[in-house]
Design a protein around this ligand. Structure first.
Ligand code: ATP
Ligand code: MG
Length: 326
């Protein structure tokens, strides 16, 4: 078995992520799509990598993001927000000739969503390795790879480059795959394979565990991933909570908190950011899992993808209040 790695301590350098920054605009009514005029609410700061890194910073973890936005209100809304929450925004390029990315979303009766995206052809799609990005990567201690970023052509190469630099200085890698089976076997599938080969902490949900491992049973899937050098797999199970499979500590289950779900967007990102950040800060696996469940649960009670990110004090209050309810 490959040696157990864990994640690099916060002192080695900030957690960084590379990928899309967007605004999200949400329909205020339930229904199908956008083929008629309707009321919307937004813009909200968004983009899975941006939500993730905002949550890292709110917990006091070193945090930076490599991305690009337009020189427009949507871009500055995001930069101002990330900066206020403590994220290093030096490697967010502001591009005068490209609009900030956007996502329009409307929920259907059954909870499914219709989207209108502008990402690959937005400023985010023009993310490159600027001098500022290289400087941030050179002092990073951990790279979090967000599968959603692979939808942008060229992003995978940039991410793998950053991984190489950070690993070479003793840093570690986490990966939230966001995989679709249609992807595996394609060029993108091979890039995903390359990320799995260097991952220390994998954060799958749904059938991503099986897609990432090529196995069909949970135990076999986890063992296959362990044999490839992954130290910890944390399976996210929505309102069922989460399970840690650790080479060092075995299996640990943590129940979810009971909340009323208002907007599920961002739960996985906030969960992953919380688990990773607390582990990098030296917290044990079980309490880190409980805080991560609390962060995910708190997120779904707020409308807007980044509106549910939490400080440690907010998580403590949430957990106390839940305890009092039980
Ligand atoms: P995303 O939709 O952001 O991609 P995901 O599929 O990656 O999410 P989920 O399993 O949906 O991840 O959510 C992550 C974590 O958030 C869960 O493991 C759980 O701790 C918490 N969570 C999500 N939804 C709920 C809910 N309805 N009630 C309580 N906790 C929840
Ligand atoms: Mg997910």
């Amino acid at each position: 078995m490959v040696e157990v790695a864990g994640v690099a301590p916060d002192a080695l350098g900030p957690t960084i992520t590379i990928g899309e920054i967007l605004v999200e605009l949400m329909a205020t009514s339930i229904g199908h799509g956008f083929k008629a005029p309707q009321a919307l609410i937004g813009p909200f700061a968004s983009g899975a990598p941006a939500i993730f890194i905002d949550q890292v910073a709110k917990l006091g973890g070193g945090a930076g993001i490599v991305s690009a936005v337009g020189d427009d209100d949507f871009g500055w809304l995001n930069i101002d927000r990330l900066k206020a929450d403590g994220v290093d925004v030096s490697a967010i390029a502001v591009l005068p000739d490209w609009p900030t990315g956007s996502a329009f979303v409307r929920y259907r009766e059954d909870g499914a969503r219709d989207f209108v995206f502008n990402i690959a052809r937005s400023a985010a799609g023009q993310t490159t390795l600027t001098d500022a990005a290289e400087a941030l990567i050179a002092r990073a201690g951990h790279v979090h790879v967000m599968g959603s970023a692979f939808a942008i052509p060229g992003m995978a190469r940039l991410i793998l480059k950053a991984v190489e630099v950070v690993k070479a200085r003793g840093g570690t890698v986490s990966f939230d795959p966001n995989l679709r089976k249609e992807l595996m076997g394609s060029d993108l599938g091979r890039q995903v394979e390359a990320v799995i080969a260097v991952t220390d902490l994998l954060l799958p949900s749904g059938d991503e565990l099986f897609l990432a491992s090529g196995e069909t049973q949970e135990g076999a899937a986890v063992n296959r991933l362990f044999s490839r050098g992954i130290a910890e797999v944390v399976v996210k199970r929505g309102r069922e909570g989460a399970t840690l499979f650790s080479q060092r500590e075995g299996r640990i289950d943590a129940a979810a908190f009971t909340v009323e779900e208002i907007d599920p967007t961002g739960a996985g990102d906030c969960f992953g950011a919380t688990y990773l950040t607390l582990r990098r800060q030296g917290t044990d696996a079980l309490p880190a899992l409980r805080y991560a469940n609390a962060a995910g649960a708190r997120t779904v009670t707020r409308q807007g993808p980044m509106e549910g990110t939490s400080s440690k004090a907010e998580l403590d209050r949430f957990i106390d209040a839940q305890g009092a309810q039980a």
